[in-house]
Structure formats: structure tokens, C-alpha cells
Write a protein that binds this ligand. Structure first.
Ligand code: NOJ
Length: 758
């Protein structure tokens, strides 16, 4: 590994000692001492520089093209930039690091961040899809692989996991998180942090993770991106914060704050969230990066007059780094000089930044992520195998009438129809990092490779979906007019024994800025489906999408429906594995599927209301034109076998403070093939100091069973499980009766009562 750290004056000799492990003075015993020693050497300007993050889309290897990039480069050389994002490749990151290390007075290594959301090069299912696997080990493993591929390309910091609870399918970024449940999201948060960061951040195969967006971003009003969030303390503490606390407890190195206001205060300017809760009550000592420009966005929010004012608010609130907002570099120094901001706040931010850099071992070797050998050692083939396995675990079998699936080998002809059937790009999804365009295995390819006689598969597109050039920033154009392919698709369906229709959403229908007021099959897809249905009802509908969709008509008419999300690089192979029965589906929905978009936000863990039902009058909480509840509820997912749940038993129906009880139930595979079931435990606190949800997930177990086999599944019920953020503003379990429920989804459950006494 190359090391060309040039130290020009004696002043830097103290600092240079941090750059060579062997030279660390014996007095420098721990990271805190090292951090302070560096901080003591810094000027105010250099400290503020650490709090500045630049986007690196300008070409470091060629002439500066981006507006203002020459100035940026100059500031980098002066050591007035602490981190960069979107600088890609070993060469580019090394070059940027070199500009900083070889020219700056202070020589503090840069961090290189990037949105590695569901894989770097090898693309895994979008997070919502992957969460449907409920397989925490698998989710940790995909993060580990993403970290390795990123680290081998110069990246040492991912802006992931996104652990915003999202209950609204209209929100485009619902694909980026783990859905509507706080407990499940908390578990995923920990798995992801472990996967990215490993046990030791200084291992150059790991990268720093980011818990984002702190906080409430997923509860944007009306599901419209960047919109206001209007929740009170009860929802904030019981629903939104627990995944973040879990990530903080798991040692996540960084947090990102959020674009939204929450109860009127921009999250980026929220002292209560960042200083009081995160850095205060939780005693977390990592760094907080703003979201892109979210400091200056406090101006249009009507919370700050100008950049200067925005900087003052943000730094006081605890935002340590300004991501490409230009606010800190424009104003912080002056604010300190004018006495408006205490330099102690700047010191606190810089300490947090330096701490992360020390933990990552960057002071020992700023070029540790510029190691081309690491890239050479990676087996992308192995990563693809893992991606296929995780992809098939993420598939959810929504409906399977008369055992239409798995497709029998005796089926002689299969018409594969739909715009997404041969689409090699959409399964890569949005937030695709370095996942190549058109690099996924398509459904047609996957099926042809898996069947003995590929000629029995005939493909017709029918209609197209997303048209023209598609990209992260540009609006997507949907085909609403071109029906020319429909007759061919209908003829193909007519002649086939079975139809596999592959419909859903384009990769760029979900993601940032992709909220939709309609969540049905876009464009001409529904028309195509109905026309095919008119000639052949033997249809398996495969959905490829990033959000829950409105598929009421399909659910009522199509015999088999498979939710295949955007599954990443190995999508088509994974789908073929499930359709052909090589893998028995085991995924469960992490989010409710609505009967109509008007039900959104829709989530299983809602409050009961004072009028949950009324058999004779209309005056209860419902819509008059649609049944209450989800079309497919949270936790739902079928298998090619069936599972029988016995009544749950409690070791005691009473539990006193400090005690535990055990809930046991027998689960039997009552079908004909081996299968895996996710047994879910829910709880309801029947009377409490604030109204509690009708049900909340509190545990789950994955159970593999051979046909006819029975296993006993146990859950230990403890006080922590019964606790919530009470009306008195404390996390505690309150005395009284609890209903404990178990089942294979959030709707079909068997229950027992537990009396809890202090
Ligand atoms: C804005 C997004 O909200 C955030 O999640 C992302 O990490 C940054 N842009 C950087 O790309």
C-alpha cells in the first residue's frame, strides 16, 4: 500500500506521530487522548473545515468541470474539507486523499461516503424486499458483502441503513426501509450495522454505517416526499425512535438527520432530537451528518433567515457535518468570532468527526481503502450466489389458488408476458450504487435457464412501461398510449397452458422524490392483464416493485400472485427458483398491502379508536366504500406447504415485576413438502396510560419443518417486551392485562392473556 504522507514543518511532527502506528507516544493511550491532541493543533478555520462535506462529482483526474470545482479543490488542498461523497473508485479517492494529505497543513484524512443502499456492485433486493425475508443473518451478510465491495473501491462510509418507519405506500422511499414495524426495523438496523461495520471499524474490509434519517422522515404527511411530519411524543418515542436507539446501541458510527420538519421544527435544527435524545439521553458519541443541503433548506422551511442563521441553528442543534450545503463553510467561523456560537460546540463536532476517523484507523494509514489488491481478491461469483439466495428468501407468495404454483414439470407451454419479464434493469432498483444498468438476470432468462426445454417458454412484452432514458434525478415517462404489442401477447396467452405475467413498477417509480398518488399498475399494464385474462385464466402474476401496490382486481381474479420486489442482480434466477419449486417461498410482508390507495397510511399496529366497529350503524371508524383492513396484511406470506398452529400456552398467566414467563406453541408442517415458517409474536396492552396499538410485533422465530414434523416454539416474555413510552414520559411496563398473540401473519392469530403485576 502506498504511503506518501509529506510533513513539511516541525509543527506537524506531533500530528505525524498519529500517522504511524509505531510512533504513537506512550502517553497517547486511547482514542480520546488522540482526538484531543489533534484538536489542540487545529485552527478554528481547520475545525470548521472538518465539518464541511463536498460532493465529488467533479473529475479529479481531469480538468475541473463542475461549477466552483476549482475552488473546492483549493479548499481540499488547504485541509478545509473533512469528508466527501460520491467520489468513486480507488484511484479517485486516493487522488482526493492525496490532495488533502500532501498539501494541507493539518493532514487529517478524509472520509469518503456513498449511498450503498442495497449492494455496491452485486445488487441485493431493495431493503423493503430484503426485509420480507425476515432473515437477519442474510441481511447482515448482504451488508457485509456491500461493505467489502465498497471498501475495495475506496469507499469507507455508507449512508445506510435507512430505518425510517414508513406506513404509506405512496411514499417513494418506502422501498429503502424496512416497512411499517418498529420491532422488525430495529432488528434489521442492528443486523445492517453489524454487517457494514463488523466487530472492528479499523478492519479495512468494513465501512462506517449511517442510521438515517433522524427522525420521522418516513411519516411525511400524505406520503409526499420531504413533507411535514406531524406526530407527538407518543408516536415519536414508541414508533420512530426505537430503531435509531437500537442502531446507536449497536455502535453505528454515524447518523444522518432529515429534510422534514417534525411538529414544526426541522429535524436538522432540532436540539431536542440531536442534543437531548441522541447525544444526551442515549449518550452516543458518533457524528451526525446533515442530509444533502438540509441545513440551508431550513431557509425555505421558514426557520432560518439566511445561511448564516441556518448554520447557527444547525450547529447548536448538533448537526456536525454540512453535506454539500455550503452553510458551515460560509458562516461558522464568523459566528464563532462574533460570539454567536460557542467554540465548544465546534470542538464537540470535530471531536466526533475525529473519533470516527481514528476508529477507522485512517490516521494510521489514510490510504487503507486505496488498495487495488482487495478488489482483485473479491469473488463476485460467490457474491452472486449469496445474492440469489437472499433474493429467493425475499419473495412473498401472496396467493396460490388450487396449488397453481409451483409450476409442474408436466406443463407443456408457458407464455411469459409483460414489460418487466425481459427487463434486466428494473430489478436493480433505485439507489443502485455501482450496480450496472441492465445487469440483472431477467425473469425470461431465469426461467429459460431453469427448465429442461427452454422452447416451451414464449415471451411477449405486450406493452412497455418506463420509456426513454431513465435516471435517478429525471422524471419517469410511462407509456400510456402504445398498445401495438397487445395482440401478440393475447395470442401467445391463448396458445399456452400457463401464463406468467410480470408486471409492477419501473425501477424509477420508487425512491427519492418518487411519491405517487396512485399505486396501481401504471400505464397500460392493467389493460394488458385483463385482455390476457379474457383468453387464459391460468395466470401466475409476478410483481416487481418497490412499494406495496393496489392490486385488488388481481387479488380477486388472478389465481396465483408472487411478490418479487426489485430483487437485484439475481432476480430472474431467484424468481425461477420459486416458480418452479426449487425454493419453497418463506417471505412475509413487512408492510400492509391496501385494498385501495385511499386507505393509506395503512398499518396493522394502529390504535383501536373509540368506535372500532358497529354492526348496525355507519357511525364507526371505517370507509363506507371498502372493507376495513389490508388486502394482504403485515406478516402475510404463503408457502407450498401448510402450517398448523396449536393453541399457545403460558408457563404462568401471571407475571410479577422482575420475572419472565414462557409462551410455547406447537407448530406442525401439515402439508406435503418441507418448508420454513416465520412464527410471529404480537402483544396488546389492554388498558394503559395511553391508548396502545391493537397489536405490536414483539418477537419472531424462523422454523424449518419436514412434512408431518412438529416443533415447539418458545418466546420468553419479559418486562422489556411489555414496556412502552408511557404518558408519564418513561419507558416502563404498566400493571394490568396483556393479550399475547401468535400466528403466521398479523391477522390470523391465536391468543392467551397475561396478568402483569408490579
Ligand atoms: C439525500 C438523501 O435523502 C439521503 O438519504 C442520501 O444519503 C443523500 N441525499 C446523499 O446522496
Amino acid at each position: 500500500m502506498k504511503k506518501h504522507i509529506i510533513f513539511t514543518t516541525a509543527l506537524f511532527m506531533g500530528l505525524s506521530s498519529f500517522c504511524q502506528k509505531t510512533e504513537i507516544p506512550s502517553s497517547v493511550k486511547n482514542i480520546e487522548t488522540k482526538v484531543d491532541s489533534v484538536l489542540n493543533l487545529m485552527t478554528l478555520e481547520e475545525k470548521v473545515g472538518q465539518m464541511v462535506q463536498y460532493n465529488g462529482s467533479w473529475d479529479l483526474t481531469g480538468p475541473a468541470s463542475e461549477k466552483g470545482s476549482k475552488e473546492k479543490e483549493e479548499r481540499l488542498k488547504k485541509g478545509l474539507v473533512g469528508s466527501m461523497l460520491n467520489v468513486l473508485s480507488v484511484e479517485a479517492t486516493e487522488q482526493a486523499q492525496r490532495l488533502n494529505m500532501e498539501n494541507s497543513r493539518i493532514k487529517i484524512p478524509l472520509l469518503f461516503g456513498y449511498d450503498v443502499i442495497h449492494g455496491y456492485k452485486t445488487i441485493f433486493p431493495v431493503p423493503l424486499g430484503e426485509t420480507a425475508s425476515w432473515d437477519l443473518e442474510a441481511m447482515e451478510e448482504s451488508a457485509r458483502i456491500a461493505a467489502l465491495e465498497s471498501a475495495a473501491n475506496g469507499i469507507n462510509w455508507t449512508f445506510s441503513p435507512m430505518i425510517d418507519i414508513s406506513r404509506d405506500a405512496r411514499w417513494g422511499r418506502i422501498m429503502e426501509g424496512s416497512g411499517e414495524d418498529t420491532y422488525l426495523t430495529s432488528k434489521v438496523a442492528v443486523a445492517k450495522v453489524k454487517g457494514y461495520q463488523g466487530d472492528d471499524l479499523s478492519d479495512p474490509k468494513t465501512i462506517a454505517a449511517t442510521a438515517k434519517h433522524f427522525a420521522g422522515y418516513g411519516l411525511a404527511e400524505g406520503g409526499k416526499d420531504y413533507n411535514a411530519v406531524n406526530i407527538g411524543k407518543n408516536e415519536l418515542h414508541n414508533v420512530v425512535l426505537p430503531p435509531f436507539q437500537a442502531a446507536a446501541d449497536a455502535g453505528v458510527a454515524t447518523f444522518m438527520n432529515a429534510f422534514n420538519t417534525i411538529d414544526g421544527i426541522p429535524a436538522t435544527g432540532s436540539e431536542s432530537l440531536q442534543r437531548e435524545i441522541l447525544k444526551g439521553a442515549w449518550d452516543w458519541n458518533g457524528l451526525v451528518v446533515s442530509d444533502w443541503g438540509s441545513i440551508t433548506e431550513m431557509i425555505p422551511h421558514g426557520f432560518a433567515k439566511d445561511k448564516m442563521h441556518a448554520s447557527e441553528i444547525a450547529v447548536k442543534a448538533g448537526s456536525d457535518i454540512d453535506m454539500e450545503g455550503g452553510a458551515y463553510e460560509a458562516g461558522l467561523q464568523q459566528l464563532v468570532n462574533e460570539g454567536k456560537v460557542d467554540e465548544k460546540l465546534i470542538d464537540d463536532a470535530v471531536r466526533r468527526i475525529l473519533r470516527v476517523k481514528f476508529k477507522m484507523g485512517l490516521f494510521e494509514d489514510p490510504y487503507r481503502y486505496s488498495n487495488p489488491e482487495l478488489l482483485k481478491s473479491i469473488s463476485f461469483e460467490e457474491h452472486s450466489k449469496t445474492a440469489r439466495d437472499i433474493a429467493r428468501k425475499s419473495i412473498v407468495l401472496l396467493k396460490n389458488q388450487n396449488g397453481l404454483l409451483p409450476i409442474k414439470s408436466s406443463v407443456k407451454s408457458i407464455a411469459v408476458i409483460g414489460p418487466l419479464a425481459d427487463d434486466k434493469d428494473t430489478p436493480i432498483g433505485n439507489w443502485r450504487a455501482q450496480g450496472e444498468k441492465n445487469s440483472a438476470v431477467s425473469v425470461v432468462e431465469g426461467l429459460k435457464a431453469a427448465v429442461k426445454d427452454a422452447s416451451k417458454i414464449t415471451y411477449s412484452k405486450g406493452v412497455s412501461l418506463g420509456e426513454g432514458e431513465r435516471s435517478f434525478l429525471m422524471p419517469l415517462k410511462i407509456n400510456e398510449t402504445d398498445r401495438s404489442g397487445i395482440p401478440d401477447a393475447v395470442a401467445n396467452a391463448k396458445n399456452a397452458e400457463l401464463v406468467v405475467m410480470v408486471l409492477g413498477e419501473d425501477a424509477f417509480q420508487s425512491g427519492e422524490g418518487r411519491s405517487q398518488a396512485n399505486i396501481g399498475l401504471a400505464g397500460l399494464q392493467k389493460e394488458l392483464l385483463e385482455k390476457v385474462y379474457a383468453v387464459n385464466k391460468n395466470i401466475v402474476l409476478v410483481l416487481i416493485n418497490g412499494r406495496p401496490m393496489e392490486i385488488n382486481w388481481s387479488a380477486n381474479n388472478i389465481p396465483a400472485i408472487v411478490e418479487a420486489w426489485q430483487l437485484g442482480s439475481e432476480s430472474g434466477n431467484a424468481i425461477a427458483d420459486v416458480l418452479l419449486g426449487k425454493y419453497n417461498p418463506s417471505g412475509k410482508l413487512p408492510v400492509s398491502f391496501p385494498r385501495a390507495v385511499g386507505q393509506e397510511p395503512l398499518y396493522y399496529n394502529h390504535k383501536n379508536t373509540g368506535r372500532p366497529s358497529n354492526p348496525t350503524h355507519v357511525t364507526y371508524s371505517h370507509y363506507t366504500d371498502i372493507e376495513n383492513g389490508a388486502l394482504f396484511p403485515f406478516g402475510h406470506g404463503l408457502s407450498y406447504t401448510s402450517f398448523a398452529y396449536a393453541e399457545p400456552q403460558l408457563s404462568s398467566n401471571e407475571m410479577k415485576s422482575g420475572e419472565n414467563v414462557t409462551l410455547s406453541l406447537e407448530l406442525t408442517n401439515s402439508g406435503k413438502v418441507a418448508g420454513k415458517e416465520v412464527v410471529q409474536l404480537y402483544l396488546r396492552d389492554l388498558v394503559a396510560s395511553s391508548s396502545r396499538p391493537v397489536k405490536e410485533l414483539k418477537g419472531f422465530e424462523m422454523v424449518q419443518l419436514e412434512p408431518g414434523e412438529t416443533k415447539t416454539v418458545q418466546f420468553v416474555i419479559d418486562e422489556k417486551m411489555l414496556s412502552f413510552y408511557t404518558a408519564a414520559g418513561k419507558w416502563e411496563a404498566e400493571e394490568g392485562e396483556f393479550e399475547l398473540m401468535v400466528g403466521g401473519n398479523s391477522q390470523d392469530v391465536k391468543s392467551v392473556k397475561l396478568d402483569y403485576k408490579k
